[in-house]
Ligand binder design. Sequence first.
Ligand code: SF4
Ligand code: SF4
Length: 344
Amino acid sequence: MNFFDIKQEIISFSKIIGIDLIGFAKAQPFFKEYDFLLERKRKGLISPFEEEDLEKRCFPEKIMNGVRTIIVFAVSYLNYYNSSLLFTENNIEVNNKRGIISKYACILDYHLVLKGKLSKIALFIKNNFNANAMVFVDTGSLLERAAAKRAGIGYIGQNTCLFTKEFGSYVFLGEILTDLELPEDEQAESLCTGCGRCIKACPTGALYEPFKINPFKCLSYITQSKNVITDKEIIHAFGNRLFGCDTCQDVCPNNRKENLIIKNHGDFLLDNNIPLDPLYILNIKNKEFEGYFGKTPIAWRGRNVLRRNALIVMANTGQLKEVNKEILLDLSELVRKQAEVLFK
Ligand code: SF4
Ligand code: SF4
């Protein structure tokens, strides 16, 4: 079988198991990105969620001996439930006492879903083509957006997100490294017009220049951190975000609903809609947290991070008076200390 046929077989199998987009790229080093990351490291802009070893991120050979090709997979995560959250203003609405959760976080954890699919494809490659294949899903050890761009999956917008033409930026990415030499795909044309809406809409100024982000100012990172938030501007910028932030994606004209295909993949759907009432979340018990959030990406940050965020949302939406002062004696140090800051 020639390499064009092998590529086609991998594409066909991937489509059967629910992959939306597949691209192939040469596993050459990412030299330009390496320089960019070195500069970020010098400026202290690498977040703890990222792989510290920059060589591992930019030189695929450091991860797999003899690697020839990076296969990049994208799966759309918009469904009928979370797409109803599209195009809402994420800032505080006076009458909105509910919180909001980032669209990727109010569905089944993508690590579980995507890893399952990619493991099947890796097995398919190993069994049928006698080749090595290694799966990566958000491990931080490979520059996935750069790989996706090189593989023709999409382009990078000024908000640093990877956009696909079909599903906008609401996609999960995963990769397989293989020692098979497969024909590469052409890069996609960029549809980012440089309109700057994403940068203007960012509530914290985390997007400090086109294509440049300070993760420590980004609410997507901050809402997941385990720190007490003391900066008043950041507390205010939280608005009613209970977890994550989609603002710089939601405002992009290329993410308008009429331009997107809503795939509604069943594998991302939870049994129940998740609660958005911050008071309920603040008082949520372990068992309820497990029941509602145990299978979402929120679970790995834990119950008290979400409770800390709920407290901030209550402060920002004029509901702090409904919080029992016993919160100042809460068993969680994070929640207790956050309450001290907000009640001061
Ligand atoms: S996710 Fe939110 S805070 Fe982070 S860069 Fe985008 S708009 Fe700014
Ligand atoms: S909002 Fe404008 S500048 Fe930002 S990513 Fe979209 S098209 Fe590009």
